[in-house]
Design a protein around this ligand. Structure first.
Ligand code: T5A
Length: 234
């Protein structure tokens, strides 16, 4: 084994800013809550940016257009789909998320890596090691791991009901079979067992959901900023 000095091991410091993610199956209410949470954070004086995946930069938004387009003439291979999501993510991480975290901002993001695990890896039975390799190079190396993730939990039936109200706006990934939707929803929920993930009952009114998340989220943000922004006293 080669000699290795422990001082050569580069363990990145947590960023000054904090990343918070909303996850949940289609129609769970993420976009609705993003607006309510973002607006209240701004009112309360937080330096916050709101962003989303896939997307968040001009190029990543173009990839979003491609990957969600229902009208491709050729079948999209599951690996192609996975790589497109990670391609968009790398642009987003490097050009938006990382600079914002380094500047000490709160980054509020609509969907992130859990969605890829659910919609691409688990739903298409792709190798986990491919996912984790891509995670390493896009997210972990960039030190942009979310600090808290709120999972808006609704039933498969409620998801279908809410999506039915905007049929004309559905994307390629919204139109999955019932079993696929159930699998994605189940994987989404299982993330609640991971530290830093919080399961929220998304079937309640918009106000009730907001009133549960906001006080918890601000406590998490305040605690993080206090711990990671304070200059050492000597
Ligand atoms: N995707 C994404 C992947 O496959 N892999 C990935 O890695 C990533 C990042 C994104 C698609 O990409 C896929 C997943 C998605 O299919 P999108 O349009 O951003 O596409 O899709 P969603 O993120 O699912 O957004 P949706 O609009 O479908 O759902 P939201 O944002 O969860 O729900 P929202 O807020 O738009 O609400 C839906 C409807 O319900 C109502 C709203 O008014 C709206 O009509 N509503 C409520 N009604 C009653 N009570 C409440 N509490 C309500 N909250 C919202």
């Amino acid at each position: 084994m080669e000699d290795q000095n422990v001082s050569d091991i580069n363990i990145p410091k947590p960023p000054k800013g904090v990343m918070i993610v909303l996850e949940g199956i289609d129609g769970a209410g993420k976009t609705t809550q993003m607006t309510l949470l973002h607006d209240q954070l701004v009112k309360d004086g937080y330096d916050v940016i709101r962003t989303r995946e896939p997307g968040g930069t001009p190029l990543a938004e173009r990839i979003r257009g491609l990957v969600l387009d229902k009208d491709h003439d050729e079948e999209v291979h599951p690996i192609t789909e996975l790589l497109l999501f990670f391609a968009a993510r790398k642009q987003h991480v490097e050009h938006v998320i990382k600079p914002a975290l380094e500047a000490g901002k709160v980054v509020l993001c609509d969907r992130f890596v859990n969605s890829t695990m659910a919609y691409q890896v688990m739903a298409n039975d792709l190798p986990h090691d491919l996912f984790f390799a891509l995670m390493q190079y896009t997210v972990i190396d960039a030190n942009t791991v979310p600090f808290a993730t709120y999972i808006l939990d609704i039933s498969d039936e409620l998801s279908i009901e809410r999506l039915a109200e905007r049929l004309d706006e559905q994307n390629r990934l919204d139109t999955g079979a019932a079993e696929k939707r159930a699998l994605i929803n189940s994987v989404t929920r299982q993330f609640a067992q991971v530290p830093g993930h919080y399961l929220i009952d998304g079937s309640r009114t918009r106000e009730e959901v907001f009133n549960e998340i906001y006080p918890h989220m601000t406590e998490v943000i305040d605690g993080y900023l206090k711990e990671h922004n304070t200059e050492p006293s000597s």
